[in-house]
Design a protein around this ligand. Sequence first.
Ligand code: 2M8
Length: 401
Amino acid sequence: MLRGNDTGTYIRPGPRQYPGQWNWDAAFNAIGLMHVDPARARHEIRSLLSGQWADGMVPHIVFHDRDVAYYPGPAVWGSTPQMPEVPTSGITQPPLLATAVALLHSLHPDPVFLDEVLEPIDRWHRWFHRERVNSGVAHIVHPWESGMDNSPRFDGALAAVGPSPIPVERRDRVHVSSDQRPTDADYAAYLSILAGLRADGYRGAVARRPFDVGDVFLTAILCKAEADLARLCAAAGKPTDAGRRSEVLRKGLATAWDDACGIFIDVGGDVVPTTGGLVPGWGRPPCAWADRLRAALDDPAAFGPGGRADAYPPSVARSSDRFDPRRYWRGPVWINTNWLMVRALQAVGDGGVAARLREAMLRLVAEEGFWEYYDSTNGEGLGSGTFSWTAAVTIDLLHDS
Ligand code: 2M8
């Protein structure tokens, strides 16, 4: 499936729905490819880094094919002096790349490759700390930066965004039914935010940001990535401040933990129980996170099986009034975030729950196929079919003994 979605330069997330290289998709794809074709995994990482901006940001989409059937494409994003030659979007995405490089390097050590990629990744992480980290929490300026586009965590912040000066085209509904995608109001807000950011060359003052949420999910991924980067740099004999930066984020996450809710809470977001608030144990904060996650995964009203036994956890708790089992990041099961949960639980030594979740994921994929996401009541595959990160994560889970 990954070979089928491979353009030679990059792997499309889905064959028709997503005709570009997405940032965290590339990292997941490399994690799958490392088991079967490490050279291709390295190539995927290099392709993503070819989109790096002069200030260090690695964008959320690299449009290797300029004439692309995607909206908003390169013409809508526009260009700034910071952009490389290849067109890109103007925002970033969860920085899973260093973790992917660390996993790849542990299986297939390649000092030459490390030498090539550590410095650009370090520059990207430093960009986060310079531009986005405040009191130990990384802020996002567009919901697309979270990777969880229409998560109810962002409802309040999105509702405050003004009308879009950019026309709202819904090419995303050509191949996928509208009840599985964000609403028109969501899209109008996405484009309005884009227009505001573009007007400021994507680097406006904090006070001018149309949308600003301290995202615990992205913070946790960055916290783990910094720790991985610190280890890789130590092994390669390269100086870095990544260990200290990881510690800053770990402390930020500890303050974002809400013991009453049993989740991590965003800064300026809505308090809704979602996988975005559950995953951040990945950043290893000192709190009761693992116990609460285990309990939530067992509770059918929260994140446990609430219908078909292998269709869990939903991306939003079943008991939430915002839960919708079919609509994008508002309730379906996502295999990539489940993978993050499995790996985070394994890191704290919880084989039991992680093993159960892993089994459920593999069963769901085996029975339904490789979908972008799944209805969390009956397991039906939704969104784009033949989805790359679902295939990549499955390869990795199958190699897990
Ligand atoms: C989804 O996001 C894009 C916008 O970036 C879209 O809906 O068009 C999200 O699921 C995101 O996390 C993912 O990286 C991307 C490609 O799989 O699709």
